[in-house]
Design a protein around this ligand. Structure first.
Ligand SMILES: [Zn+2]
Length: 323
């Protein structure tokens, strides 16, 4: 057997897929990212989740040819090292992920940035099939981006595609990166929660934090945001509309700069909010676009929660082919 494992190592969850050589998904297994214990606890959970994935698919470890891991933050892909991943607790020092996981399973492991992996998956197998110049904007805890130009993943110096830290409001809201007015400060789930909390503490009514408690959560998840919007919660709806507009502004500007022929909107928050979010993104992009008719080329991710892990498996297959 020549199966590939794909892993999407996220701040809150670890999504794993078993993928056949034609890109079809054989099995899925999801684990929770440990909030304490640092890199060793997280990589032990990665190992356990992959083992459970193989049990679920009734496959031995020897059926796995390669493992691809998509991780957030700064990556040295050639060395297989996560240099820094501020969204994962305790990952502030370089972690040689590919080497450690390779030793666990005795197979070659390739590491990629998670959003770069996601856009590769959408380009080959998802919403960007057949397109040449593609931008992915992924709204989760933060806002990540990835670029396909002339049909190839565009890395720049290694970190291209950081649309989350392009400015959508001059001297605007403070971003986690320390700068002001970044897209992520308006459309990242972490920033949205911070803004909602400030307004709630200042006396604005909202069901957001009640829903969070009812759902047994300690953070405002994408599901909590969706449920609050479905209840027509004013604070939640207003912030989500603002988030979508910020995404649309950034998408429109990027499309003008690069003559992008497709923008894929993904990530947990955007995927969960779906068509309503997409409608607001398109409406905000239209007046920005030099060719307003291209607003309908902004589309939702087709691969949803699978796209990071699937892209990591595809990239590992490319990079490790023949090894
Ligand atoms: Zn920023």
């Amino acid at each position: 057997m020549n199966l590939r494992v794909g892993v999407d190592l996220g701040a809150t969850k670890i999504q794993t897929l078993l993928v056949a050589s034609d890109g079809s998904i054989v099995a899925r297994k999801r684990g929770t990212t440990p909030a304490t214990g640092g890199p060793s606890a997280v990589l032990t959970r990665v190992q356990e989740t992959i083992e459970q994935l193989l049990v679920r698919a009734d496959q031995p470890a020897t059926a796995v040819a390669t493992i691809g891991i998509g991780a957030p933050g700064q990556i040295d892909a050639a060395a297989g090292v996560v240099l820094q991943a501020v969204n994962i607790a305790g990952w502030d020092q370089p972690v040689p992920v590919a080497g450690i996981v390779g030793d666990m399973f005795g197979v070659p492991v390739a590491l990629a940035n998670d959003v770069q992996a996601s856009i590769v998956a959408e380009h080959r197998l998802g919403a960007g099939r057949g397109r040449t110049n593609l931008l992915g904007i992924f709204c989760g805890t933060g806002v990540g981006g990835g670029l396909i130009l002339n049909g190839e993943l565009w890395l720049g110096g290694g970190a291209a595609g950081e649309i989350g830290h392009t400015v959508v409001v001059q001297a605007g809201r403070q971003c986690g990166c320390g700068r002001n007015g970044c897209l992520e400060a308006y459309a990242g789930r972490g920033a949205l929660e911070q803004t909602a909390r400030l307004q709630y503490d200042a006396g604005r009514p909202t069901v957001l934090f009640d829903l969070m408690e009812q759902q047994g959560r300690t953070r405002l998840t994408s599901r909590v945001w969706l449920d609050a919007c479905l209840q027509s919660d004013e604070l939640a709806s207003g912030l989500i509309t603002e988030a979508a507009r910020a995404v649309g502004t950034a998408a429109g500007s990027a499309a003008n700069l690069l003559d992008i022929d497709c923008v894929v909107i993904g990530g947990g928050l955007a995927t969960r909010l779906g068509d309503r979010f997409l409608g607001d993104v398109r409406a905000a992009a239209q007046p920005v676009l030099l060719r307003p008719e291209t607003a309908n080329q902004i589309v939702l991710s087709e691969l949803g929660d699978d796209c990071g892990a699937l892209g990591a498996a595809l990239l590992a297959g490319d990079r490790l082919a023949g090894s």
